[in-house]
Design a protein around this ligand. Structure first.
Ligand code: SIN
Length: 187
């Protein structure tokens, strides 16, 4: 199975005593299973959140991958999420959690009060082996409704993400459309 954790370890030489900001835009918003010094809602510019990444290890299986979010470079877009200030040793856990295609990239984060900082973001680019790419939103919702993996149902991933976005007053057309499709399927 794809494993980007080695490459992530090599890519950045971080001072172990210097906390860094991590920006989460998917499960990292609502499932903070790691220690952090503080957290604050933030956004990054020029990226759109899309359910275009396959999940073979969390919300699906190698035979039947689920669909989770990645970021697609989209000028003019803004992606809202949660920024965490963490110590670099936490990346050991995070690199393992995000190993199915995600690489840590440096980005500028903007906090709600307008101030900016440098941070790291896990992004699964279009050339990674687990990338599934675009599809009709109704088809993506059907795919999500039928997928399960070791971390739980793909449906819960989507619903928890939508709820977490509402909790920070963030609007995401793509995520909320998928959630609506999912609800309509249950009627
Ligand atoms: C993230 O949440 O920042 C990355 C994608 C995910 O783990 O869902």
């Amino acid at each position: 199975m794809l494993d980007t954790s080695e490459e992530n370890r090599r890519r950045h030489s971080l001072d172990p005593h210097q906390p860094v900001w991590l920006f989460g835009y998917g499960s990292l918003i609502y499932k903070a299973d790691f220690p952090y010094l503080e957290r604050q809602p933030a956004y990054i510019s020029g990226w759109a959140r899309r359910f275009w990444q396959g999940s073979h290890d969390h919300r699906g299986t190698p035979d039947q991958p689920g669909r989770v979010v990645t970021l697609i470079e989209t000028p003019g877009h803004r992606c809202d999420g949660m920024a965490y200030r963490i110590t670099p040793n936490v990346f050991e856990h995070l690199d393992h959690r995000e190993k199915n295609g995600y690489l840590r990239l440096r980005q500028t984060l903007t906090f709600n009060d307008g101030h900016t900082t440098d941070g790291l973001v896990y992004i699964a680019s279009e050339d990674n082996a687990a990338f599934l790419g675009p599809a009709d939103e109704a088809d993506i919702a059907r795919h999500i409704a039928g997928s399960h993996g070791p971390s739980g149902s793909n449906r819960d991933y989507l619903v928890q993400l939508a709820e977490a976005l509402r909790a920070i007053d963030a609007h995401d057309e793509h995520v909320f459309n998928l959630e609506r499709h999912l609800q309509e399927m249950n009627r």
